[in-house]
Design a protein. Structure first.
Ligand SMILES: NC(=O)C1=CN([C@@H]2O[C@H](COP(=O)(O)OP(=O)(O)OC[C@H]3O[C@@H](n4cnc5c(N)ncnc54)[C@H](OP(=O)(O)O)[C@@H]3O)[C@@H](O)[C@H]2O)C=CC1
Ligand SMILES: O=C(O)[C@@H]1CCC=N1
Length: 286
């Protein structure tokens, strides 16, 4: 099946984008993030369309990104690639509204947590390629982790189309769709777990009498440094933790408390609960 790409254009960094129009249906937090990443990466505003529900969002979006905001049906009619970025609970109504607008030449990229590509398959013309994608909010600083999975009619070329959307936002990876609920629980929701830990450490610093602003700076730089060590050294986290943990030193006392409070088990339960919620959403929306 031919991709809807018609031509390419280079950006300042020499990147090339296929000049197919990309429409983001439901440009809320994540939709806006995807659009802003594409704009930062040099994609011309004229190749992007957005849809929203509230008129004030439309004004904000056009002002911030210079992107044209149109109705859902017009967006689908004018686009080759359609990114569905509404909440999973809003997806069925959106697709019902758009019955008859899609053709099997569209490439549909769903960001909806939990919804399998079969959900879209049932509501789109036969043979429409659907790619399921899960990104995360660090896309705002071009540090996203995005995982893309092919649905029934999606080929490697369609995955490449989706990757082209997300690559400017950070790292991308292909995985079988069967892993998407786990991916959602891990990297999709993951930034929230990291921020939760930062909040908890800030409270701990206040307890020890550090000024809040100083505590914040210490923790943020420690988080950035630890993340850079994980990424740049390629070392196993156990090794990195051992290097901090001196015999009869301070760190081991803290680690003993984390173990006593079963933080490791709590993390496993938390991620499993997020994965289970993704499955529940799929069952609710089926
Ligand atoms: N937040 C995150 O970190 C991530 C979210 N996701 C997924 O991305 C999707 C969006 O999440 P998020 O951006 O957080 O949610 P938001 O609520 O911020 O965005 C959804 C947007 O869709 C709009 N919308 C709903 N129905 C329609 C419609 N019929 N036509 C046009 N616009 C519509 C909403 O408008 P209004 O504001 O007026 O209601 C809202 O702006 C979800 O499916 C979520 O699972 C994926 C990865 C990470
Ligand atoms: O909480 C959610 O449902 C979405 C999906 C992953 C991150 N946020």
């Amino acid at each position: 099946m031919a991709l809807p790409s018609v031509s390419t254009v280079g950006d300042a960094a020499g990147e090339e984008f296929s000049m197919v129009t990309v429409a983001v249906l439901g440009a809320g937090k994540i939709g806006h993030t995807v659009l802003s990443g594409l704009r930062r990466a040099g994609r011309p505003a004229g190749t992007l369309l957005a849809t929203v529900r509230r008129p004030e969002r439309a004004v904000e979006l056009s002002a911030a990104l210079g992107v044209e905001v149109v109705g859902n049906a017009e967006a689908v009619a004018r686009a080759g690639v359609v990114v569905v970025a509404v909440k999973p609970q809003d997806a069925a109504a959106l697709l019902a509204e758009l019955a008859g607008c899609f053709t099997s030449d569209h490439v549909v990229v769903s960001l909806c947590a939990g919804l399998p590509t079969s959900f879209f398959g049932k509501r789109l013309p036969d043979g429409t390629p659907v790619v399921r994608a899960m990104t995360n909010t660090p896309a705002l600083v071009d540090e996203a982790m995005t995982v893309v999975s092919a649905g029934e009619h999606a080929t490697d070329e369609h995955l490449a189309v989706a990757e082209e959307l997300f690559r400017p936002l950070g790292r991308t990876l292909r995985m079988p769709e069967a892993h998407q609920d786990a991916v959602t629980a891990l990297s999709g929701s993951g930034p929230a777990y990291m921020y939760y830990l930062v909040e908890a450490m800030t409270d701990a610093a206040i307890l020890l009498g550090l000024p809040r602003a100083v505590a914040h700076d210490l923790i943020v730089q420690t988080a950035v440094g630890a993340a850079a060590m994980l990424r740049d050294t390629g070392e196993h986290p156990v090794k990195l933790r051992e290097a901090v943990t001196s015999p009869a030193g301070t760190t081991i006392n803290a680690v003993r408390e984390l173990e006593r409070h079963r933080v490791r088990a709590a993390v496993a339960d938390a991620v499993e609960a997020a994965r289970d919620r993704a499955r529940e959403i799929a069952a609710e929306q089926d």
